[in-house]
Design a protein around this ligand. Structure first.
Ligand code: HEM
Length: 460
């Protein structure tokens, strides 16, 4: 009995240490090397034991992958809580969202947190894609680049399916106009639209499909792909670096504490900023949708505005050719661009960076020129009177696509670098996407252009 009690007492007094080693197997005793601790701990094991010191510099990744991951975590957690109150029926969705906004304790905060994290994730996933492209970090990482592209499309899918759920005037008409864009995709567009909406228009069938995609199917796919993405980084030997830059060499440091601590701090900063934003800026909620009275202007969510703006000039180019070329180009990038030199460094080979500056400047010049020309009422009425083929060939969207092709061929031939040629073309398309998004955002009633400081009512 005594032996039993003394053993039990010994175990009780040893409880803090036992808990520590049992629940946190990476830390067992004083004699452990950092390497041993890392090998035994799951969290540490996500990273290589040693990482190149250069990958810790903020300018290497800008922390964008980790920020995107943190936002996904916030979205998953806040989304599950929102599900407790949400009712996915046309009769119940708007009322439930109103309840969340005005009646449920912390409901408005939760909605805002989810909404702003969603917008932020679209932005940071896009910026992360650009950082990987412009540092040539897709090089010899074909599978992970492809997984990443899938993650970006899933991010857009999640943001878009969530957009409908408040079921207010804005979301109803935004989803209607966005799904109408699918009509311009030849062959499968109409079928895709019917599959997504469960009919020809946004209604009960569409709401339940969007809801199922938003809360179950897409998050599950996203979770699985994120796990694969992180595993691939580990299997690819850490972040991209130039050949000869050895992660186990002199410039290597242990991932714990150097990398993990930085990541933890970054996640905390993201959470703090997001909480402040959600506390002070409410998520918008309009009135219940009026299905007989479209909003004027009817706009897609901001991340599809560039497509809507280009469709205004030419449906086949804006709705299909331009996004198709962009997507195909990005999908084929690591397979057609295989220069090992300078992987992990910004903007390709140092001696050839001037090409990127010139391409971006050309893109800015031509974009402003095309848009300026198309704001002249004389040009607009001349354009409207042309046959469809002429309109498809002579418009800002085709112009920017043509410029990207010219810059690609011209810079490739001139500096004999596939990386420079691809990056130059991506720079031109980026200027176009951002530019068309801005112009689309400025559009007011009847799709007329207004500067941000002009009030629609003053000009109308
Ligand atoms: C949900 C979206 C995504 C998450 C959560 C995510 C997460 C991450 C993280 C944490 C890293 C390591 C740190 C960093 O590079 O910042 C990383 C690296 C990487 N990501 Fe992503 N990513 C996402 C989307 C994408 C996209 C859209 C692409 C490109 C199409 C992409 C391609 C890559 C590649 C190739 C690497 C390795 C980069 C290197 O070796 O330097 N990822 N990602």
């Amino acid at each position: 009995m005594n032996a039993f009690l003394s053993t039990l007492w010994a175990n009780v007094t040893a409880l803090p240490a036992t808990l520590r080693s049992g629940m946190h197997p990476g830390v067992r005793g004083d004699g452990d090397s950092l390497t041993l601790r890392m090998r035994r701990n799951f969290c540490f094991h996500l990273h290589p034991v040693q990482v190149a010191a250069r990958t810790l510099e903020p300018k290497t990744t800008l922390g964008l992958g980790v920020i995107t991951l943190a936002l996904f975590g916030v979205l998953a957690a806040s989304g599950v809580l929102l599900m407790i109150y949400y009712v996915p029926t046309p009769g119940g969705a708007h009322a439930a969202t109103q309840d969340l906004e005005y009646a449920v304790t912390f409901g408005a905060f939760l909605r805002a947190l989810h909404r702003w994290a969603g917008h932020a994730m679209v932005l940071t996933a896009f910026l992360h894609l650009l950082r990987v492209a412009f540092t040539g970090a897709y090089s010899r990482r074909e599978l992970n680049w492809t997984i990443g592209l899938g993650l970006f499309l899933l991010t857009l899918g999640l943001a878009f399916t969530g957009y409908l759920l408040p079921w207010d005037q804005l979301s109803f008409w935004a989803v209607s106009v966005s799904t109408n864009l699918l009509d311009y995709v030849p062959g499968v567009g109409g079928l895709l639209k019917r599959l997504l909406l469960g009919g020809r228009e946004v209604g009960q069938a569409a709401l339940i499909r969007f809801y199922t995609l938003h809360v179950a199917l897409l998050p599950a796919l996203m979770g699985g792909l994120v796990a694969l993405h992180l595993w691939r980084i580990r299997k690819d030997g850490g972040l991209a670096r130039a050949p000869g830059e050895d992660p186990d060499g002199a410039a290597a440091v242990p991932a714990w504490p150097h990398l993990l601590l930085r990541e933890a701090i970054l996640v905390m900063v993201v959470l703090t900023l997001l909480c402040f934003l959600a506390a002070f800026v409410a998520a918008p909620l309009g009135g219940a949708p009026d299905i007989h009275n479209p909003s004027n202007p009817e706009k897609t969510p901001w991340y599809f505005l560039w497509v809507q703006e280009m469709v205004g000039y030419s449906a086949p180019v804006g709705g299909f050719a331009f996004p198709g070329v962009l997507l195909m180009g990005l999908a084929l990038l690591p397979f057609l661009e295989r220069e090992p030199e300078g992987a992990g460094r910004w903007f390709g080979p140092p001696g050839k960076r001037a090409v990127l500056v010139v391409s971006t400047a050309l893109a800015l010049f031509f974009f402003v020129f095309f848009e300026w020309a198309f704001m002249d009422p004389a040009v607009v009425s001349w354009f409207a009177a042309r046959p469809p083929l002429v309109r498809d060939l002579l418009n800002p969207a085709t112009g920017m696509l043509g410029l990207a092709a010219l810059v690609f061929a011209g810079s490739g031939v001139r500096v004999r670098s596939t990386r420079t040629a691809f990056l130059a073309a991506i720079a031109v398309l980026l200027v176009a996407v951002v530019g068309f998004t801005f112009v689309g955002w400025c559009r007011g009633p009847m799709w007329t252009f207004f500067w941000p400081w002009e009030e629609w009512s003053l000009v109308r």
